[in-house]
Design a protein around this ligand. Structure first.
Ligand SMILES: [Zn+2]
Length: 80
C-alpha cells in the first residue's frame, strides 16, 4: 500500500474545501499480481536484468497519485 494523502480532484469539483483521499503508488504497486509473478519468473533465466526492472519499478520510475474516490490519476501538484 502506498501513502494516503488529501488531494483536490475533479470528483470534488477541484474544490479546495472538498479534499479527497488519494494514494501515492509506485509503478510496482500499480502492477497487477499476475505481472508481478511474470516479473519474478523472468528473473530466473535473465538474472540481474529483471531484478533491475523490478527495482526500477519500485524506486526509480516516478510515483503516481490516484484518487481513491473516483480512481482518476492526478498530478502530484493536487496534493494538499
Ligand atoms: Zn476523485
Amino acid at each position: 500500500m502506498g501513502k494516503i494523502v488529501k488531494a483536490v480532484c475533479e470528483c470534488g469539483n477541484w474544490n479546495e474545501d472538498d479534499l479527497k483521499p488519494a494514494e501515492i503508488r509506485s509503478d510496482w504497486e500499480n502492477t497487477s499480481s499476475g505481472w508481478k509473478v511474470i516479473h519474478v519468473l523472468m528473473c530466473i533465466p535473465t538474472g540481474a536484468f529483471w531484478v533491475g526492472v523490478i527495482l526500477a519499478k519500485m524506486f526509480i520510475i516516478e510515483k503516481k497519485l490516484v484518487c481513491l474516490h473516483c480512481e482518476t490519476w492526478l498530478k502530484m501538484e493536487s496534493i494538499r
